[in-house]
Design a protein. Structure first.
Ligand SMILES: Nc1nc2ncc(COP(=O)(O)O)nc2c(=O)[nH]1
Ligand SMILES: Nc1nc2ncc(COP(=O)(O)O)nc2c(=O)[nH]1
Length: 538
């Protein structure tokens, strides 16, 4: 319902004076991310401009003049009343007056570059201009992966270049087919800067593999589970879960067990069990079990802080806020922002806090009764019937066998995504996706979901005005010790499912997972290393 309404709101009907434009941004001096954030804020503050969507953030090798630092690039989609020449003046004002760019020479280093790439008038017609100070579409866009890759996250795959009348996506695939390392991009997820002052990012690299599908080739991230709940400490002593020194010992153990084989480790701290039908700890109890621990970890100078990424597993916005203030980098919310109406407004205030957007149906007590995905094509299951291509869906990966199943999950996740990005203004660069194994899914559905990880990455729907896709969004899978494994190997004791979990983790990586969430760090650290060696041609 909301989706359709917002579509009408942003749909620039002929009478409205709203044009659509796509601007490419780039920076390769000093704190590049800070320049990007400032430029976006200045665009959004302009009364004649409204930011509709911002792409992922990428790092790219300098093109043309190579003897300079790598660039941070992306694309922003805006509504604007300004004609192209006035929009150009705003971009130049932001570059030179507001952000004090000093242009040394063409293609040289810059604090910020804002280029108009594409412009559509209020009848959705592309504008073509060829004047000395302004050429639209940008004359060099079709040779630049650092423009095309972020751009195709924001436009339907069928959108044609206004002059050549060829799909813009086809130019990107053509560049990639030449396999020039200089054209490859790192997808970055910005994280808070620690005392060391070094900028921190999660980094992912995708390549088009032999079967013409885009696959992640960079190392898988390992997320170790540090639950501080009564049922979480294996030694059975009741109050151990509250013993901070014991928890810190476990953090040191995780570090020792992972950093010999991996560059960093994500530690997911959970103070409130989210097992189906589990009793939910009161919020004060959840705070008591987690926030002091985060402080102590961040204050522990014997830990390699730059290699430790902290995540809090909570669906409560108050806990998330306190965890961010205590030094956490990632909010891991199994509810996709549906359990606490303030979650997205908290996360949207921190541009460099990552957010794991998970799929679920219902709540902890009802989700298990909502796990029927058979023969529901996503659109029929939604309230809005498909009338025009507004809700047209694409799956780039034609090979995915059960389209309907993954389209249903994809469609439902795209509604959470729209709520986060379209309504609450989180930025796409913050988002990690998690289809939620075991959450409103039982038995075989979980196995099918793991098999379809790749197809989920290619899910997209919508049109030029309102387009949602999951391209370049990392996917986290959390299969560790779960009931669907226990069911298949007939093992009721969760702690005896680690060997089978290793097998599943390897398969998750083979099917496209970028982050895996596991209990047994020591064994899975080796398993993940092996799976990367087997499945990722980095
Ligand atoms: N990787 C990368 N290389 C670059 N080389 C030149 C220009 C100059 O672009 P312009 O012709 O639009 O000024 N911009 C970039 C950039 O943003 N990223
Ligand atoms: N992102 C994410 N977080 C999670 N938190 C808890 C559980 C429940 O499992 P546990 O109680 O064994 O940790 N599973 C997930 C998951 O699959 N994904």
């Amino acid at each position: 319902k909301r989706f359709i309404n917002s579509n009408i709101v942003t749909q620039s009907s002929p009478t409205s004076s709203l044009n659509l434009a796509f601007l490419a941004f780039g920076s390769n001096i000093d704190d590049r991310f800070d320049y990007v954030k400032q430029a976006l804020d200045l665009l959004d503050k302009n009364p004649d401009i409204k930011i509709l969507d911002v792409s992922s953030i990428f790092e790219s090798e300098p093109k043309y003049f190579v003897d300079q630092d790598p660039f941070m690039n992306g694309v922003v989609k805006i509504n604007t009343r300004l004609p192209p020449s006035e929009l150009l003046k705003v971009c130049k004002d932001i570059e030179y007056n507001q952000l004090k760019r000093v242009k040394e020479f063409d293609n040289g280093p810059r604090s910020i570059d804002l280029d108009i790439i594409l412009y559509f008038d209020n009848n959705n017609q592309p504008v073509i201009m060829n004047e000395s100070e302004l050429i639209i579409p940008h004359p060099r866009m079709l040779e630049r992966t650092f423009v095309l890759e972020p751009l195709v996250e924001l436009i339907p795959p069928t959108l044609k270049h206004p002059i050549t009348q060829q799909p813009i996506l086809s130019y990107l695939n053509l560049i990639y087919s030449k396999k020039n390392e200089m054209d490859l991009l790192w997808k970055l997820i910005p994280l808070p800067t620690l005392a060391s002052g070094k900028p921190r990012f999660l980094r992912f690299m995708n390549k088009i593999s032999r079967d013409a599908c885009r696959k992640t080739v960079s190392p898988t991230y390992l997320m170790g589970i540090l639950n501080t709940t009564p049922d979480s400490f294996s030694d059975g002593k009741t109050n151990n879960y509250k013993n901070i020194n014991k928890q810190l010992l476990k953090v040191h153990e995780f570090v020792q067990d992972s950093l010999t084989l991996h560059d960093n480790i994500i530690i997911d701290i959970g103070g409130c069990s989210t097992r189906p039908n589990s009793i939910q700890a009161p919020i004060e109890e959840e705070i008591d079990r987690t926030i002091e621990l985060i402080h102590r970890i961040r204050q522990d100078t014997t830990l390699p802080q730059d290699k430790i990424i902290l995540s809090i597993d909570t669906y409560r916005s108050i806990v998330a806020k306190k965890a961010i203030e205590a030094g956490v980098d990632i909010i891991n919310d199994i509810s996709g922002g549906t359990f606490d109406p303030d979650m997205f407004s908290v996360v949207s205030k921190y541009a460099n806090i990552a957010y794991i957007l998970s799929h679920i149906r219902g709540d902890i007590n009802t989700m298990n009764k909502m796990s029927n995905y058979s023969n529901t094509s996503s659109l029929s299951s939604s309230s809005s019937k498909v009338k025009d291509n507004t809700m047209k869906e694409y799956l780039f990966d034609k090979k995915s066998s059960s389209h309907d199943f993954i389209k249903t999950i994809g469609y439902e996740m795209s509604k959470f995504y729209h709520e986060a990005i379209g309504v609450h203004k989180l930025r796409r660069w913050q988002i990690i996706l998690d289809p939620g194994l075991g959450f409103a899914k039982n038995g075989q559905v979980n196995v099918q979901l793991i098999r379809q990880t790749h197809a989920l990455k290619h899910y997209s729907r919508g049109n030029l005005q309102e387009f949602i896709n999951f391209r370049n969004l990392p996917i986290l899978l959390g299969p560790s010790r779960k009931k669907f494994i226990g069911h298949i190997i007939q093992e009721d004791d969760a702690k005896k499912r680690d060997f089978a979990t290793g097998t599943v983790v390897s398969a998750c990586i083979g099917f496209g997972a970028d982050i895996v969430r596991i209990h047994n760090v020591r064994d899975n650290s080796q398993g993940i290393k092996m799976a990367d060696a087997l499945y990722k041609e980095f």
